[in-house]
Design a protein around this ligand. Structure first.
Ligand SMILES: Nc1ncnc2c1ncn2[C@@H]1O[C@H](COP(=O)(O)OP(=O)(O)OP(=O)(O)O)[C@@H](O)[C@H]1O
Ligand SMILES: [Mg+2]
Length: 449
């Protein structure tokens, strides 16, 4: 922080006195704007507040008390020092009650002036430092524990901070496991809607009827089995944020309904005749490119245009090597604590292997790998042998012999299962086999995942 960043204004109708103060502060390196009346000062102050205001109490037009009132109403943090004659000392005390820092009596004695000004400037510096620290902490908290110092992630954090306060939709795009949900939560935390809920719905894997019920809720007796009225997700998120995950999986008819909700700010519960007003911000996550889905005719163009105010793309983990070991250390700490183990770090070979791997499942896969290592290791340091087989990428040697097809199959199944967070249905899809085939193989190969 430098002296130039402290803006000081002096208001005194005695021109010589004002200029004297200005010159004295300039000697200390502080830039000062001088005003001989309150009105032009207030005009300037309303556009851009000063950190310190030194004002005479007696002024033609608006006086010192008027200045204090307007300054404090605009920006409570501004410090004010008043200058007064002995005859009007009562008004100086009144000024302090109204929020002024202190007063000086005329004629001003240089020593007294310098000591008071250095006290008030110290206070201003402390306040600015505290503000900066608070802003930094807010940002860190807003990141919801998101780790990353790579160029790409710093850019992502910057965009999050920029878009969070704006009340616009955001499309969060990135491969599975890159942190889309985390980004949505960070936007929520830094947004004006942070005190209201964020609710999320995974649009994949539901029939249109089920999604409608989830989103809009229903009235009592709207359909067989609707014994009670039920609030939908959009209604529960009123004033807050709705995260529509895997938005491209949303059935076509539902896309039309969602567009109507966004345009009209109203929903109808299933079976209702009256609309309910809702005020929500929508965040949409997808691992597919929405624009391409529109071109393929799978996603409605009108809905895309409504949502596409801002797109935030998350990089793959393998494209941000700089973050990889940072994340590995972070997860090591997290799981050591969770499993109550004392593990000091990774061996050099384990670090190498971690750094070389591709991570098709991105951060989630790395997180799962580290969780597994911490759970299984018997040492106080994660070694190469603690890593899952898919990371053993060294060329064949006596200690690392060529593998049989069966072993390769086993390694590959483990790798896919780790990448999809152990979800067997998804793993079967990736491997191109049915769920029951995968289940048989897991059993036959004796896998404990
Ligand atoms: N930058 C990061 N720092 C710390 N943890 C992260 C980071 N990115 C992702 N994670 C962790 O990785 C896991 C996956 O993140 P998240 O659920 O947000 O991904 P996603 O993109 O929504 O995945 P999916 O498409 O499968 O839903 C979570 O446990 C999350 O905490
Ligand atoms: Mg997600």
């Amino acid at each position: 922080m430098n002296k130039q960043s402290i803006r000081i204004a002096v208001i005194d109708d005695e021109k010589i006195s004002a200029i004297h103060i200005q010159e004295h502060l300039a000697d200390y390196g502080y830039p000062v704007d001088v005003f001989f009346q309150a009105e032009p000062f207030l005009e300037s102050y309303m556009c851009s507040p000063y950190e310190l205001v030194i004002t005479d109490m007696k002024l033609p037009g608006i006086d010192g008390m008027g200045i204090i009132e307007q300054v404090k109403a605009r920006h409570r943090e501004t410090e004010i020092v008043v200058i007064t004659g002995y005859a009007t000392i009562d008004s100086a005390i009144e000024a302090i009650r109204a929020g002024a820092f202190h007063y000086l009596t005329k004629p001003i004695r240089l020593e007294e002036f310098s000591s008071l000004i250095s006290q008030v400037i110290d206070k201003i510096f402390l306040r600015i430092e505290a503000d900066n620290l608070r802003a930094l902490m807010m940002r860190e908290a807003g990141r919801d524990g998101m780790i990353g110092t790579s160029k790409q992630m710093v850019e992502v954090f910057k965009i999050i901070e920029k878009v969070a306060p704006l009340d616009c939709p955001v499309i969060i795009h990135g491969q599975s496991g890159t942190g889309k949900e985390l980004v949505a939560r960070a936007i929520h935390r830094l947004s004006p809607r942070c005190d209201d809920p964020i609710v999320s719905l995974n649009c994949g894997g539901f029939s249109p009827e089920l999604i409608a019920n989830e989103l809009f809720g229903h009235e009592k007796a709207a359909f067989t089995g609707a014994f009670k009225a039920k609030k939908g997700l959009l209604e529960s998120a009123d004033k807050g944020i709705v995260l529509l995950d895997e938005i491209t999986e949303m059935p076509w008819d539902m896309q039309v309904k969602l567009l109507r909700v966004i345009q009209e700010g109203q929903i109808y519960r299933i079976g209702a005749t009256r609309p309910i007003n809702i005020d929500i911000r929508i965040l949409a996550a997808s691992n597919r490119n929405l624009e391409e889905e529109v071109k393929k005719g799978k996603f409605r163009e009108d809905l895309f245009f409504r949502l596409n105010v801002m797109t935030l793309s998350l990089p793959r983990l393998k494209d941000r090597q700089g973050d990889l070991l940072l994340l590995a250390d972070h997860f090591l700490q997290k799981f050591s604590q969770a499993y109550n183990k004392k593990i000091s770090g990774f061996s050099a070979k384990a670090r190498d292997a971690l750094a070389k791997y591709d991570y098709p499942g991105n951060v989630r896969e790395l997180e799962n790998i580290i969780a597994r290592c911490v759970a299984l290791t018997e040492s106080d340091r994660i070694g190469e042998s603690d890593l899952p087989p898919c990371l053993a990428c060294d060329p064949p040697s006596l200690t690392n012999p060529l593998k049989s097809l069966k072993e390769l199959e086993k390694d590959h199944i483990v790798k896919v299962l780790l990448a999809v967070d152990g979800q067997r249905e998804q793993a079967a899809r990736v491997l191109g086999v049915t769920r029951s085939t995968l289940w048989r193989k897991i059993k036959k190969l004796g896998l404990k995942i």
